[in-house]
Structure formats: C-alpha cells, structure tokens
Design a protein around this ligand. Structure first.
Ligand SMILES: [Zn+2]
Length: 124
C-alpha cells in the first residue's frame, strides 16, 4: 500500500484548490489564479503586523470576557491597563444608548463612562 509521501511524490497537488498539477514537478499551484488566491488568503494574514494586532485583539477580548464573567461590568481604566488591555486596538465601534461609543474586540465591548471608568457590554 502506498504511503501518503509516495502518493505526494507521484502527483503534486495544488496548494490552493487541491487538484493535480500537470507539468513541472516544482510547481506548487495549478494556475496563476490559484497562486494569487492562495497568497491573498494565506500570506496576507501571516504578515507580522496582522498577527501582532490579532494577538492584541484576542487579549483584549479575553480580558473583557474575564471581567464580565466575574460580574465586574464597571471597571477602572487603570485596572484594564494593568491587565494588559490595549486601548489603541478594536474591531469595530457601535453607538449605544446615551450616544456612548462602544469599542469592540470581537463580541466584547466597552464604553468609557468618564476619563477613568469603563462599562463592559455585550459579551457574547
Ligand atoms: Zn489550483
């Protein structure tokens, strides 16, 4: 029975669509379309800056969820900073009642009540 490696050596598959590549053995894609599709979908998300921002957003999300689970919906900005919250990054903004702006990290958001306190909202 052929191992996966033997199979792969005989027939190279397109990294994008998975179809068998005809011709040169060093090709990784079956077409230019697949090559650009692959790099657009994969490599753009592997850019160091994007990884870094995603890491910050995930961390922000975790902090907001953690506090919300504990029932501490109103928190001091300093406490969030101490926990490593980064106020420079968010995924989107929503206007909530009283015309506050709610800054989201994915499903979790916060509203600034004043200069020092935040209210955590909408933790999914
Ligand atoms: Zn392909």
């Amino acid at each position: 029975m052929a191992t996966l490696n033997q199979f792969m050596m005989k027939e190279k598959l397109c990294l994008d669509c998975g179809s068998i590549i005809q011709g040169r053995s060093d090709k990784k894609f079956c077409s230019d379309h697949c090559r650009s599709h692959y790099f657009f979908n994969n490599n753009s998300c592997n850019h160091p800056n994007i990884k870094q921002v995603n890491k910050i957003l995930r961390s922000n999300f975790k902090i907001l969820c953690h506090l919300h689970v504990k029932g501490q919906c109103k928190v001091k900005k300093n406490k969030l900073l101490e926990m490593g919250f980064n106020f420079n990054h968010f995924t989107h903004i929503k206007v909530v009642p009283n015309n506050h702006l709610c800054f989201f990290s994915y499903l979790a958001g916060y509203v600034m009540l004043d200069e020092d306190s935040c209210l955590i909202l909408n933790v999914g």
